[in-house]
Design a protein around this ligand. Structure first.
Ligand code: PHE
Length: 452
């Protein structure tokens, strides 16, 4: 049998896994959640969610992935042959494909804004007064038909090229370059933000907790954010862990990935909140998702010197974060076709990306002229987002915890957490308890509350 590919260095595997985790979830969802839900109080709840739920579920995925050394579906067939548990993998492959469908569209927008920043067209005035209406620009860039499609296709092509080069030469090499670049850009933006006149007020808001805002739905929102941000429940981490060398310490890796992911979210807070106070942005709508990134931030850049440079660097930062996440999502399906169906990598890539083109284009058009086509009241983009992130993702994670906690022989998890007894992991029983007793009911609550 062919020897299974491994990441070639510790740094490479961390960079690739952090690359998957750090994405638009950290950049455009986290600051808004913090602002709406009591500043540092939300941060603390989020931290607790990462420790109690995020890290154990991540370790469950790492353990099965490395134990089986296979793709998300074949992993379950190998560990429990003849049982229907592989359906958990099917759910993961399906969900990651759907998420990739719309995530590529958003990634395409970030690329479009990067080009428009570099060329300067983002800042060409469109009002008689000479000012720029970024809301109108966003409509032109995002809510039309042709422009976003071009950039979505470009993003699809970049993804296909990276995956074509394979795990080591494509995913690992690219992450080794892009992740340090991402952290460097974040630090540069933190310095810029901290030099703003009202920076201290913003930081004070970010770091002082308002516990009166905390209620059940805030906790559920923090749990959901932790899941999405850590790329859990979709088979991404099972797939990546199948490339971890046998000597990788899973506990340390999970802690490092979660910490770095959290760090990016906190750095984003340190960037955004001084901007909020210094430029008097008071409504949370301005901090939400697309509006934050495509309207509020470019507006802020126009009040600074070297507008185009800052804007280009900012959209480079977001494009990098988005790209490494889309690549990890794509690898789930590619690995499935390669491992389970024994297809060549090239054939697998063609068969994943060809159907992705119409799916992504339909998602893109649903922001433009197809917006009136509704499924249960949502346009296609929002429907797929809601269906995959609110249902498929938690269902996958719930089943995985039940599987690892209750079905898999006990020693599989223990062997993986202790590298077959060669390292001491005093925390391993606590992780096992969390997977067995804490994660399933909590994820179930998320699911129910999403359904209501
Ligand atoms: N974690 C990514 C983010 O924060 C999104 C993602 C989810 C990527 C699931 C891969 C798998 O944006």
């Amino acid at each position: 049998m062919k020897e299974k590919i491994r990441f070639s260095s510790k740094l490479g595997l961390i960079a690739a896994t952090v690359g998957s985790a750090v994405g638009l979830g950290n950049i455009w969802r986290f600051p808004a959640e913090v602002q709406e839900n009591g500043g540092a109080a939300f941060l603390l709840i989020y931290l607790a969610c990462v420790c109690i739920l995020g890290i154990p579920v991540m370790l469950a995925e790492f353990s099965v992935g490395r134990a089986a050394r296979a793709d998300a579906i074949h992993t379950f067939q190998k560990l429990t042959p003849g049982k229907p548990w592989w359906l958990i993998g099917v759910l993961g492959v399906l969900a990651s494909f759907i998420i990739l469908g719309f995530y590529l569209v958003v990634s395409g927008w970030t690329l479009e804004y990067l080009f428009a920043s570099v060329s300067g067209s983002l800042f060409t005035p469109d009002e008689p007064s000479g000012s720029v209406n970024f809301g109108a620009k966003m409509q032109e860039y995002v809510q039309t038909d042709v422009r976003p499609i071009v950039f979505t296709l470009l993003m699809i092509a970049i993804n296909a090229i990276v995956l074509w080069r394979g795990v080591k030469k494509g995913i690992e090499k690219l992450s080794n370059v892009l992740m340090p670049l991402l952290f460097l850009l974040l630090v540069i933006f933190c310095c810029v933000s901290l030099s703003l006149p009202d920076a201290s007020k913003g930081l004070k808001y970010f770091f002082s907790p308002d516990f009166s805002k905390i209620n059940g739905s805030v906790i559920i929102s923090a749990l959901g954010q932790a899941f999405f941000s850590l790329s859990l429940g979709l088979g991404v981490l099972i797939t990546y862990a199948s490339y971890f060398p046998g000597s990788t310490r899973l506990g340390r890796t999970a802690a490092t990935v979660s910490l770095l992911d959290l760090m990016v979210a906190i750095l984003m807070g340190i960037i955004i909140f001084p901007v909020v106070t210094s430029f008097g942005i008071s409504d949370s709508e301005s901090l939400r998702g697309g509006t934050l990134v495509f309207v509020t931030i470019p507006e802020v850049f126009t009040h600074m010197e070297c507008t185009r440079l800052w804007s280009s660097l900012f959209f480079l930062l977001i494009s990098v974060a988005a790209l490494t996440s889309t690549i990890s999502l794509g690898q789930v399906s590619v690995a499935f076709l390669q491992d389970s169906l024994h297809w060549s990598r090239r054939k697998a890539i063609v068969c994943v990306f060809l159907p992705l083109v119409p799916v992504s284009l339909a998602c893109s058009l649903s922001q433009g002229s197809w917006n009136s086509f509704r499924i249960l009241g949502y346009n296609l983009f929002d429907f797929l987002d809601c269906f995959a992130t609110n249902y498929l993702l938690p269902i996958g994670a719930l089943l995985l915890c039940v599987y690892v906690g209750w079905i898999l022989p006990k020693n599989t998890l223990r062997d993986q957490l202790t590298n077959h007894g060669s390292i001491c992991a005093v925390w391993a029983p606590a992780v096992s308890m969390a997977i067995k007793y804490i994660a399933p009911p909590l994820i179930f609550i998320i699911l129910i509350s999403n359904a209501l």
